[in-house]
Each structure stands twice: as structure tokens, then as C-alpha cells.
Design a binder for this molecule. Structure first.
Ligand code: GRG
Length: 313
């Protein structure tokens, strides 16, 4: 993708090449992930962790973290261990989500799921090791970041991972399979299962940069919008895209009898809702971006919000 977003600053026009930004950020993230796997032994554990962590993926979560750090005026490299940690938590959640006891899937990121290759016990343990390594990355492997900022990041990652976040959302999602679900419950599932980690991404990047409360509050609004929009688009792609393009089994929501936005609202209204959420999310950043003091600094987060609704996988 080579989209060029033009952001008008106060004194001159800024051209922001989102395609180039995304490529460069992905390359940096891939290199950092590769270097962050941890101990050589046990070799089998490392291999199972590596298999899923370095399997591709859009790397949206680490890039959101780096972009938020940049917006808050921080040094992006200082946020890299946290960006890696967020991708580790995300990958761990995918490994566990695919297990037979949960969504029971065979395909992830274009290849057989972790448990299909390494067996269930190893897949569970690889996920556990990625989750714990994530907290190690933030607490012990983030040189140059003040301890109180790291503590705040650990707090955000804990909230996003546990019962107030991914785990809570997953439990309600599993409980609701085959049930009639209303829009409120669906929103709860999406905000927790998907939105909570995206929120942790932008907040932790900003916290590392020492962002003021006004910016953190704007980022909470931004994160809520992109989190819900991301999952609505995920629901839409599940029915409109192929397994080859998605790299995961398409049509899964229907097979598992899950309630989705397209099921409740139809495809057209779902897309409109996602677009409206992205518009709201971007509006929250207006004081820090185009017309504000930040100049180009909000451009990556603004373009990432648009990417969420324009993506094809
Ligand atoms: C974190 C302790 C802990 C437990 C995890 C299994 C579980 C509990 C939660 C499931 C969370 C889950 C799988 C949510 C779905 C989120 C989602 C839309 C994933 C797809 O994200 P993409 O499209 O994937 O960004 P890529 O592969 O591009 O990274």
C-alpha cells in the first residue's frame, strides 16, 4: 500500500507517505521481535514461540505503540521493548484462541496453527512464555525509560491482558456462542477482546514519552474508536474475504454461530458504523495534529485509523 496522506500544517504543507512509514516501521518491529525471543533453551519452546511470533501479521499493535510515543514527543526507540511486548501478548492470545478448547482453528497467519505443529501442551506453554516474556521486556529490558513510566505501562498491559481485558472478552465471547446477543453485549466483547489491547498500545507508547493527561485522555477516545472499528471490519472480512487473503479460516463466525456486527446490522450499516468510529477517533487527536502544535506528529496515528477500515486482511 502506498497511500500518501497530505497533512496541512500552520505554515506549510506536510506530505506524509503512509506506505513508506508502514514498511519502515514493520521492518524495525520485525528486527526487534527477532532479537527478543529469550533463552536458547529449551530449544523446542523457543522454536514454538518463534514459529508464531515471526509468522508475519500486520504488526498493527507495536506500530500503534511507536506512533503514540512519537505523537507524545518521545524517542521511538525507547518504546520498542514495549512494542515488542504488545506483539507478544497479541501472538499469545492468538495461539490460545486457536486451541481446540477455544476456537479450534487450523490456520493462522497463513500457516498451520501452533498446536497443529507442536501439540497442545507446547502451544499452551509457548503462549505462557510469550505472555511472561512480554512483562520481562517492559520491566527488565527497557533501558532509558524512568521506572515510574514502566510501572504505568506494566499496569496498562496487565489491565489489557486479564479479566478487565482480553480474558474477560474471550470468556463472554465463548459463553455467547450459539446465543442471541444484543448490541451492548457484542460491544462488551469487542471492547475487551480486541479494544483493550489496542488501547494499551497507544497509552503505553504515550506513557513512555511522559505524555500529559490531556493527551492520554484523547488517546483513550482514539483507542475506543479504532478498537471497535477494527473488530467491526474483522467481522466484515470474515464474511467477505477468503482464507487465502486473511491467512486464517474465513467464515468462522458463521460456523461457530457467533453474533457479529454484520449479523446484527447488515454489511452496509456495519461499514458505516466503522467509518463513523474512525472519524470520531481521528477527531480526538485534532488538537495534537493538523491544526495543533504537533505538526506532522499525529499523521501516523491518523493514517493508522484509516488503515483499519481500508485494510483487506
Ligand atoms: C492474554 C492472558 C491472555 C489470554 C488470552 C485467548 C484469549 C485470552 C483471548 C482471545 C483474544 C483474541 C484472539 C481476539 C481477537 C483479536 C483479533 C481481531 C485478532 C486479529 O488481529 P490482527 O488482524 O492479526 O491484527 P495479525 O495476524 O495481523 O496480527
Amino acid at each position: 500500500m502506498a497511500a500518501v496522506a497530505t497533512t496541512t500544517g500552520r505554515d506549510r504543507d506536510f506530505a506524509f507517505d503512509f506506505g513508506a512509514y508502514l514498511d519502515a516501521a514493520r521492518q524495525r518491529v520485525e528486527a526487534a521481535l527477532d532479537a527478543a525471543l529469550g533463552p536458547e533453551r529449551p530449544e523446542s519452546l523457543r522454536e514454538a514461540m518463534r514459529y508464531s511470533l515471526l509468522a508475519g501479521g500486520k504488526r498493527l499493535r507495536p506500530i500503534l505503540c511507536l506512533a503514540a510515543c512519537e505523537l507524545a514527543g518521545g524517542e521511538v526507540e525507547l518504546a520498542m521493548p514495549t512494542a515488542v511486548a504488545l506483539e507478544m501478548i497479541h501472538t499469545m492470545s492468538l495461539i490460545h484462541d486457536d486451541l481446540p478448547a477455544m476456537d479450534n482453528d487450523d490456520l493462522r497467519r497463513g500457516r498451520p496453527t501452533n498446536h497443529k505443529v507442536y501439540g497442545e501442551a507446547n502451544a499452551i506453554l509457548a503462549g505462557d512464555a510469550l505472555l511472561t516474556r512480554a512483562f520481562e521486556m517492559v520491566s527488565l529490558r527497557s533501558p532509558g525509560v524512568p521506572a515510574e513510566r514502566l510501572l504505568a505501562v506494566v499496569g496498562e498491559l496487565s489491565l489489557a491482558s486479564g479479566a478487565p481485558g482480553l480474558v474477560g472478552g474471550q470468556v463472554v465471547d465463548l459463553e455467547c456462542e450459539g446465543e442471541d446477543v444484543d448490541l451492548d453485549t457484542l460491544e462488551y466483547i469487542h471492547l475487551h477482546k480486541t479494544g483493550a489491547l489496542l488501547r494499551a498500545c497507544v497509552l503505553s507508547g504515550a506513557l513512555i514519552a511522559g505524555a500529559p493527561e490531556a493527551l492520554l485522555e484523547a488517546l483513550r477516545i482514539y483507542a475506543r474508536g479504532i478498537g471497535l472499528a477494527f473488530q467491526i471490519i474483522d467481522d466484515i472480512l470474515d464474511v467477505t474475504a477468503s482464507s487465502e487473503v486473511l491467512g486464517k479460516t474465513a467464515g468462522k463466525d458463521l460456523t461457530a454461530d457467533k453474533t457479529t456486527y454484520p449479523k446484527l446490522l447488515g454489511l452496509e450499516e456495519s461499514r458505516q458504523r466503522a467509518d463513523a468510529l474512525v472519524t470520531e477517533a481521528k477527531a480526538a487527536l485534532a488538537p495534537f495534529g493538523e491544526e495543533g502544535q504537533g505538526g506532522l506528529k499525529a499523521a501516523p496515528l491518523l493514517a493508522l485509523a484509516d488503515y483499519i477500515t481500508s485494510r483487506d486482511r
